[in-house]
Design a protein around this ligand. Structure first.
Ligand code: UDP
Length: 486
């Protein structure tokens, strides 16, 4: 709906303006992993529909990967949309998984940073009838963009595709260190409530802090990196968060006090939701949907741990037994990254039998919106969490890294839309969690999931807070463009 009304709005606007006004040109620069690229593609598409020129810096491993054809087809309809490849410095087939993210941070620093400077220095961006850059929208974990772009007189807007609560938690880490709540000690009580994150005093336990905080040295380079990136965001022109006021109000109120120019515009995928077409799926992925078509209403547990989780062979087996023993039908995505090259247990390949289907990728948004899907066993990645919330599907969360520890706590304790299975994955716990989700507390979870889905849908509809903020962002970029050209 949003997309259609924006298309109409833009058509009227350009008819009024005639063809003389030069549109804004935005350089979009995602962190080089699939989920960050996906969500920034959504934002970039909204800008394209708004008449902007877009240069999208696409990581070369994604541009040469199996799903780029579909991406390229999707954007072929926008003549002012350009992909420009950039390297993260790692070999194309190198695993970009959560357990190895430090390698990515390091190689971005060595390789991508100078490449980015060269992109701005070269005239390539303003050739091919592209206008000079109006602004850069970069992933918030790459704050080096702020200083480099400033040297070229270009403002940087940072986009952090994490939950606001995780962003706020990372922002408060120096305070936690000062108060002696971090670093952890060998005998730290992981169930103690954390005291020094304003607004979260009754919510977050030590075990719910972002995975980067699970260190016994405050100078841990990865922790220091994510915390300093979060603080450096204050130097950006503004900050975009893919969430909504009703979900994360306590964190957002406090972030706003430090970032007066904050655009809260999510859930971004929802703007496209009514437009997606089952015909865009290939044969293999259509088979998931056909399988779901044969299952009873709200009976299936969809299992997916995203693109960056790695499980040990034994953990795969425990999840598998838990699911099979629960007796519920399940659709499980087991991509190559999940097993990190280890042997996939034969039980899983051969033994899923009638009740389970195992695939290497699934059209997740479509699966979550399918009437047969009744629950989602997820790692609690922010995109997966938002997609599940939007479809009103209750969750079991087994967080792996980054913001997932925070998100899974919000799922259970704040929104009450599921079970947090953090730090445990034996077959009994998995089975119990599945039964709670699908039988014991089913009505309770379905009700709160429905309520929260309504809020998410409202926020991106006309009159909703995210809808209004997105309009504001688009107007502000147009204004930057106008100010640059006069
Ligand atoms: N996804 C998908 N199909 C799959 C696995 C993942 O479409 O089989 C998409 C999913 O819809 C979500 C993203 O990949 O948009 C995963 O993002 P998230 O932030 O949840 O996790 P990450 O991959 O960053 O760990």
């Amino acid at each position: 709906m949003y997309i259609i009304s924006r298309q109409k709005q833009e058509k009227n606007h350009s008819m009024e303006q005639g063809s003389t006004s030069v549109p804004p040109h935005v350089l979009v620069f995602p962190f080089p992993v699939q989920s960050h690229v996906n969500v920034m593609l959504n934002l970039a598409e909204i800008f394209s529909i708004s008449g902007f020129q877009i240069t999208f810096l696409i990581p070369d491993h994604i541009q040469t990967g199996p799903r780029f054809d579909q991406i390229s087809l999707r954007f072929a309809r926008y003549p002012a949309f350009y992909f420009q490849a950039i390297s993260d410095g790692l070999p194309l087939d190198h695993p970009r998984t959560g357990d190895r993210v430090k390698e990515l941070f390091d190689s971005i620093n060595v390789t991508t940073k100078p490449q980015f400077r060269n992109v701005l220095k070269s005239r390539a961006l303003s050739s091919n009838s592209r206008a000079p850059l109006t602004c850069i929208i970069a992933d918030g974990i790459m704050s080096f963009t702020i200083d480099i772009a400033q040297n070229f007189g270009i403002p940087t807007v940072l986009f952090r595709p994490f939950s606001a609560t995780c962003f706020w938690t990372l922002f408060c880490v120096p305070k936690l260190i000062q108060a002696g709540e971090l670093p952890l000690k060998e005998d730290s009580d992981m169930d103690r409530l954390v005291e020094n994150i304003p607004g979260m005093e009754r919510v977050l336990r030590v075990r719910d802090l972002p995975s980067f905080c699970r260190v016994e040295d405050a100078a841990d380079p990865q922790l220091q990196h994510v915390v300093s990136e979060t603080h450096r965001a204050t130097g950006a022109h503004s900050l975009i968060l893919n969430t909504l006021e009703d979900l994360e109000e306590p964190a957002l109120a406090r972030i706003r006090a430090n970032f007066p120019k904050l655009y809260v515009i999510g859930p971004l995928h929802g703007y496209f939701r009514p437009l997606w077409s089952p015909n865009s799926l290939n044969e293999q992925h259509r088979s998931c949907i056909e399988w779901l078509d044969d299952q009873p209403l709200k009976s299936v547990v969809f299992v997916s741990f995203g693109n960056m989780t790695v499980l040990k062979s034994q953990q795969l087996v425990e999840f598998w037994y838990g699911l099979v023993n629960s007796g519920k039908p399940f659709l499980w995505v087991v991509p190559a990254n999940l097993t990190a090259g280890c042997r996939i247990p034969t039980e899983l390949i051969e033994g899923s039998g009638k009740s389970g289907k195992v695939v290497d990728w699934a059209p997740q948004e479509e699966v979550l919106s399918h009437p047969a899907t009744g629950g989602f066993l997820t790692h609690g990645g922010w995109n997966s969490t938002l997609e599940s919330i939007y479809e009103g599907v209750p969750m079991i969360c087994w967080p792996f890294y980054a913001d997932q520890q925070v998100n899974s706590r919000l799922v259970e304790e704040v929104w009450r839309v599921g079970v947090d299975m953090k730090d445990i994955c034996d077959r009994k716990t998995v089975e119990k969690a599945v039964r709670e989700l699908m039988e014991v507390r089913r009505e309770e979870f379905l009700k709160s999931s429905k309520d929260i889905a309504r809020l998410a849908r409202k926020s991106i509809s006309e009159g909703g807070s995210s809808y209004a903020n997105l309009d504001c962002l688009i107007k502000d970029i147009k204004h930057m463009n106008y100010a640059n050209s006069t």
